[in-house]
Ligand binder design. Sequence first.
Ligand code: NI
Length: 212
Amino acid sequence: MTPKTRFIILFCAVLLTVSLIAYAQYVKSQKLSGGTAGINDLLVSSQIGGGFELINHDGDTVTDKDYSDKFKLIYFGFTYCPTICPTELQKMLLALEEIDSAHISKIYPIFVSVDPERDTPDVLKEYVALFSPNLIGLTGSQEQIDAIKKTYKVYASKVKTDEMSDYTVDHSSFTYLMSPDNKLIGIFKINDDATKMGAEITRIINAYEAAS
Ligand code: NI
């Protein structure tokens, strides 16, 4: 072994040790900040959310102002979705069951269609009733839906292959917790379970009210 080789091996060993220490510190700091709870706290300053004009499941034109007296849990999807949308909507309503009545009364659960072509107010009305009498279904013209997709940074795109008799919609799947004035204050993913979601919603609402 030449002195140069020995130096390189020593150098690599030192580098590896320093990296491991740095990684251990990083893991420790992540644990202290509470993992995903820390992520939700950062969202207050995000660019997601804002005003909208849509049509509710009774066929009436509504805007964000109609829902500005409460917090909102919003999920974007489409009624023809075979698995993910129904699962996520059911989870959203289960999460609300985990919350005490004082907090539930402060939240509107809302489903916004990204497939306005098929999701007419009538179709939506029947669909939301399958989940909860409190679930609000919103749809609109293609322009209105395109506008809210942009404001809420929702990805949704029609997919049609030759083998398919009808199209499907490929879409992002997040449940947004919005403040009364439509700012994003929490975000939930497919992996978050209802119990964790319920606890997190209560925590965020309490923190929001304490700060305002
Ligand atoms: Ni879906």
